[in-house]
Design a protein. Sequence first.
Length: 128
Amino acid sequence: MSTQLFVNGTLMRGLKLNANLEGATFLGEYMTAPRYRIYSIGDVHPGMFEVAKGGISVPGELYDVPDDVWARVEAGEPPGLYRGPVELADGRTVPGILFPRELAEGIHRDITEFGGWREYWSARERGA
């Protein structure tokens, strides 16, 4: 069996953990509905969670992930991240990688203003 999975951080193509998705099928680049905030968790990975107001559309990628690949992805995920429902901009709800709000706010850097993980890293590399 397989399931779709929305990713918005280090699992995306060209990034550190993308190899964990080997065997999954890339379905395309997608945006979430405008109801999420994103934090940099120790500048190691992003943490995204849903909010009632003040959210943005977070860019990411959608994959079809076989169960054996999901087991590898899950084993390689940093602590705190979990699979949960993510609403896409097109109205569909798919499984995605989320982070507990209570472990992000007031502890880690809110990077929502950058628009996404790649955008944050790009700005960081430019010294912004």
